[in-house]
Design a protein around this ligand. Structure first.
Ligand code: FES
Length: 109
C-alpha cells in the first residue's frame, strides 16, 4: 500500500531566490529546493555519483549541476543529462499554499 503523502512547510516563497538552491531537511532527508523558470522544484540534495550536496551547484533553466564532476540533473525528473552520474536523484512533489512552500518526501514524484 502506498503511504499517505505528507507535505511539510520548508520555507516561505519569498525566501527562495530565483536560481539559488536552498538546502532543507525533512525528517532527516536532505532536500534542495529550487525556484527557477517560474516554478519551485524539490530534489534530493545528494548527488547520485558521490556524497556531494547538489544545492552548492549552479542552476540553469530546469537543471542543477553537481559542482564536483559536472553532471547536471533535471529538476523535473531527477535524471542526469550526462556522465559521470548514471543514476537519477529522487525528486519530490511541491505545493505552494499562499506564501508557503510545502514538500513531501514520503512519495517520490
Ligand atoms: S559527485 Fe556529482 S557528478 Fe560526481
Amino acid at each position: 500500500m502506498t503511504p499517505p503523502t505528507t507535505f511539510v512547510r520548508v520555507c516561505g516563497l519569498d525566501e527562495l531566490e530565483e536560481g539559488t538552491p536552498k538546502r532543507v531537511e525533512i525528517d532527516g532527508t536532505p532536500v534542495s529546493v529550487v525556484r527557477t523558470e517560474g516554478e519551485v522544484f524539490a530534489i534530493n540534495d545528494i548527488c547520485s555519483h558521490a556524497n556531494v550536496s547538489l544545492s552548492e551547484g549552479e542552476v540553469e533553466d530546469c537543471m542543477i549541476e553537481c559542482w564536483l564532476h559536472g553532471s547536471s540533473f533535471d529538476l523535473r525528473t531527477g535524471k542526469p543529462s550526462g556522465l559521470p552520474a548514471t543514476r537519477p536523484v529522487p525528486v519530490y512533489p511541491v505545493k505552494i499554499e499562499g506564501d508557503d512552500v510545502l514538500v513531501s518526501v514520503t512519495q517520490e514524484s
